[in-house]
Design a protein around this ligand. Sequence first.
Ligand SMILES: Nc1ncnc2c1ncn2[C@@H]1O[C@H](COP(=O)(O)OP(=O)(O)O)[C@@H](O)[C@H]1O
Ligand SMILES: [Mg+2]
Length: 267
Amino acid sequence: MDTITEQKKISLRNVDKIFTSDKGEVQALKGLSLDVEDGEFLAIVGASGCGKSTLLNLVAGFDQATCGDVLLDGDPVTGITPECNMIFQQYALFPWKTVQENVEFGLKMQRVAKGERKERAHRFIDLVGLNGFEASFPHQLSGGMKQRVSIARSMASNPKVMLLDEPFAALDAMTRQVLQEQLVRIYEKHRKTIIFITHSIDEALLLSSRIAVMTARPGRIAQEIVNALPHPRNADVQLSNRYVELKRMIWDSVQAEVLKSMEVETQ
Ligand SMILES: Nc1ncnc2c1ncn2[C@@H]1O[C@H](COP(=O)(O)OP(=O)(O)O)[C@@H](O)[C@H]1O
Ligand SMILES: [Mg+2]
């Protein structure tokens, strides 16, 4: 078979991650394998503490696996690369920089010339609907606006992979819905490879093309589900038999793992 067509954008092969501290060892991931195709929108759901952020940190190159392989385009991830960009729940904006400066930051690091930096920042500030807020500072913005700045900053540096770690978890339901719709639009237009972590099954179903459920800690992939629900995933889709069926299936899987994690904690 042609090896090029087999090449995955991201590949985790039998990955273990053990944290060692003075309190002892914590095995966060054990034997985790997962493939993500180029241009895929993968959502990962799983109980709190099962290793979701750990997995994302390995892909981003913030941390290294204890054993196993973490591959990006077939090459081992050995450190942070501009190809992968992380968006966190807590915005991680520079409080002393304006919206414009925050969005330009990654480009400055990439030594993009000033004129182009300005133009690209402007384009992505526009994309997330923050025209007119270029000179504002993060403390002058709502949570939803701050997260839009994070998305604009990420998009401006043109990463191949966007890693989102519960990015909308701290937002109210209405803002969250607006940002979800915006993210789907951005994804459809730019087709990045996305790994999106959420503890909301509805959010996973609304956004993704595939959903992976993680086991309780030590985390690995318990189940992978293709999500071929039609777009836009409006109220009609959410009331469809297929949606309800998928939601129940994922819920059963997540619930079984939550119960297992509670058993682990009381041991
Ligand atoms: N730097 C670290 N040192 C020690 N333990 C850690 C560290 N990071 C995470 N852990 C532990 O690893 C497990 C998985 O954490 P995490 O990946 O943050 O879970 P999730 O994102 O699914 O809630 C947890 O038990 C957590 O306490
Ligand atoms: Mg986490």
